[in-house]
Design a protein around this ligand. Sequence first.
Ligand code: ZN
Length: 180
Amino acid sequence: MNPTQDHYMSMAPKAPHRNEPRYIIIHHSAGRDVPAKTIHQWHLDRGWHGIGYHYVVRKNGSVETGREESQSGAHAGPDYNNRSIGICVTGNFEENDPTPDQMEALAELVLSVSEGYEIPPERVLGHRDVSATLCPGERLYKQLDGLRDTVGTGHINRSPMLEIVERIQGDLAKLREMLE
Ligand SMILES: [Zn+2]
């Protein structure tokens, strides 16, 4: 995984608190597939120290960096902001499903963060687990068990449908070789 390094926080003053991640908290943008830079501007406009999340996972599966991991986030309230990594998945998952690319990128990211800070599966939470909110939307929230399985087993559980598609693509490639 190669998160896009844009260092949005360099545009803003340093956040006042250090972060000691013990949780991973998942959000949705509740709207369009916007870049981290746009979220950064929204959060500056609210008077925050720039983007409140540490990562943004886009619909095409790219991962963009927000606030530095070592800095307290602004995404889950005072009880969790300075002891969690905040990940925003773009989209509104009350209305739509996350894309397969997004889920795969999210799984890779959550796995790598959980390994880095030795965060156990039960500490991978949705925003609604810690605050009165619909975030990260029902259709993403119901996939968090799968993410916790990934963290528990240490490898990504690929969806059966994705494996079928890849097998068909492999067969087609072989067929093409035979025909040439
Ligand atoms: Zn949220």
